[in-house]
Design a protein. Sequence first.
Lengths: 112, 112, 145, 145
Amino acid sequence: MKIAEKQFGPNTVVQVLEQRLGADKAVAFKDAVGRVLNNGNPQLYLDLSQVEFIDSSGLGAILSLLKRMEKGRELIICGLTEPVASMFKLTRMDRVFTIYKNVEQAVSARTH
Amino acid sequence: MKIAEKQFGPNTVVQVLEQRLGADKAVAFKDAVGRVLNNGNPQLYLDLSQVEFIDSSGLGAILSLLKRMEKGRELIICGLTEPVASMFKLTRMDRVFTIYKNVEQAVSARTH
Amino acid sequence: MRKITFKIESRLDATPLLGQMVNALCSAAGLSPTDAGFVEVSVVEAANNAIEHAYLGDPNNFVEVSVSLAPDALIFDVFDSGKSADPDFVHSNHQGALSLSEETLAHASERGRGLAIIQQVMDSIEYTPGSGRNRFRLIKRLRAT
Amino acid sequence: MRKITFKIESRLDATPLLGQMVNALCSAAGLSPTDAGFVEVSVVEAANNAIEHAYLGDPNNFVEVSVSLAPDALIFDVFDSGKSADPDFVHSNHQGALSLSEETLAHASERGRGLAIIQQVMDSIEYTPGSGRNRFRLIKRLRAT
Ligand SMILES: Nc1ncnc2c1ncn2[C@@H]1O[C@H](COP(=O)(O)OP(=O)(O)O)[C@@H](O)[C@H]1O
Ligand SMILES: Nc1ncnc2c1ncn2[C@@H]1O[C@H](COP(=O)(O)OP(=O)(O)O)[C@@H](O)[C@H]1O
């Protein structure tokens, strides 16, 4: 599971560098992102702009991260490609996640 | 085998309306074009602009048409797409055929 | 009717290639990119289910997906030779698995959305258990463009 | 190493779909459109040969193409269960079949260019006859981009 981690002030941006977030990658994804999930940052931005495919396992993995967020902390989803956005919608995940077009918009909306 | 036939003055333009000219279509192609091959037109323009795939059977079929042209008549190839042009080159077919970018260029070069 | 069969080892990391082929085939058959993506996900879900639930993760088996291109539909037959599922359960309405909201989030399961997605995307499904060969048929109709 | 197998009936009109899948796979593996097209033609030529020469046109058989994606190469194994070819003949240099010119045109054959194309496009080939299962392996190396 290739991810890139960046600090944006007190917050962390995790970019998924895989094109597919499927059943074969779901566990590794949860492990990788889980490591920085509750590292003290008030907001964790998850940048999915490289991901072109997601299935129920990938969506379930992201949902499990959301459920593991400590109180007062936020998981913010950024950069959904068209096929991934369609899957968020089909599975109603768009109702429980805060979603921004890209990291820049998310950060500026959240910090101003 | 879908083809479209048009008269351009004394000449005939045959456009192949299939995307693929492979082994499964080679015989039907020869039959269809063969019917107008020596119909009195000095030039027969074969428009391949819709064809995106050709294999050795398709190339062989075109070659057989060339060999069946009567003396003094000409078979002119027009509109090769990139993959088809690449196959003409790989198999040296480009050395024995008169090839133009499109029917308009061929007709104007041949009739002026 | 044109037909091709894809065969992969029963490993989760073999399904991405299957998915990409299904997507390419759907595009060639005239589905929109969005629908091709949805069908890709559905066939991958069915293959993942065969691997996880029929073969219980044993990688030494095969999943076969036969695709038939009818004039008005794409028919995907997903075959496995493992443990059969209960057809009534597969055919039952799984849309409840997609009823996510802020209120229900705490109890929402991380799993169990595969069949719901398949039912949403496909026009019809049919699971036929067989001794040594289970078939999960997914049909996607082609709309005139 | 990722792997997928395509299986089609031994009919010439089944190879276009095979070709499209091979092309999509080559593109996904990073080949240029031109190279993907060349590899598509080569695999289709091998499948057509199996249908015409190994099965002698009998449509009640199957041609299988297993594709292995190695880090540096695509390996295509074309299997048939028909009449074997002579490996020495297959491996011999067929480039003469491509020596077309105005002068030789009158004697040029309409056929016999399939193996020459395959040899031009592929980096190596290997034909292995087997009782009940012949394998024609075509290898295309992936160049670092
Ligand atoms: N091919 C199959 N073979 C056996 N059981 C299956 C199969 N597909 C689905 N099932 C059963 O149906 C359940 C629901 O499947 P699904 O909605 O895909 O969710 P998940 O796979 O995440 O559990 C599975 O947990 C399994 O018990
Ligand atoms: N898979 C095969 N099985 C048996 N014979 C084959 C096979 N492939 C090729 N051959 C033999 O090699 C010859 C040359 O093949 P090829 O160059 O593809 O041209 P063509 O198929 O047009 O004759 C064939 O005519 C056939 O005799």
